[in-house]
Design a protein around this ligand. Structure first.
Ligand code: HEC
Length: 123
């Protein structure tokens, strides 16, 4: 009897959280306009901070999880800001690279990202 109640409440919780799961999946889909060659670089180098998993500050500056929800003018502005950060080598932050050297980008990878940004800026 007691067990039955527990199962019932678990079922209700599962039902209540399902829409949230569906939303997460939808959000993941919305990342798809970022080419996989770029995704593969920004996932380890940027998305710990600049995604739904990140803290508010970096997330509010750039959120790659919800990239497709930016308006074209916002995308252009952010692309410009990404180029500027990459050129100055201020992203990923130096103090972060000290702890996570695996997040560092090679010159070639930075070039790939800048090319992607330029393609957005000239769209
Ligand atoms: C360890 C967390 C972290 C990582 C990793 C990281 N950033 Fe950031 N980023 C931040 C924070 C925090 C800010 C907030 C602004 C600041 O520092 O003043 C920021 C700001 C920015 C901004 C806005 C700058 C401005 O002045 O408007 C851009 C663009 C940016 N990051 C791009 C990137 C890119 C591209 C990568 C990957 C190559 C990256 N970031 C990796 C933490 C991170």
């Amino acid at each position: 009897m007691k067990n039955g109640k527990i199962w019932l409440s678990m079922l209700l919780i599962a039902a209540a959280t399902f829409p949230a799961f569906a939303q997460v999946l939808e959000k993941k889909d919305s990342v798809s306009s970022i080419p996989s060659s770029v995704m593969q670089l920004i996932k380890p180098a940027c998305m710990t901070c600049h995604s739904d998993q990140g803290r508010d500050k970096p997330k509010n500056a750039v959120n790659f999880s919800t990239w497709d929800q930016y308006r074209p003018v916002e995308k252009k502005f952010i692309a410009g800001s990404i180029v500027s950060e990459l050129t100055k080598e201020s992203m990923p932050p130096k103090r972060y690279l000290q702890v996570h050297p695996e997040a560092a980008l090679t010159a070639e990878q930075i070039k790939t990202l800048i090319q992607w940004c330029d393609s957005i800026r000239t769209k």
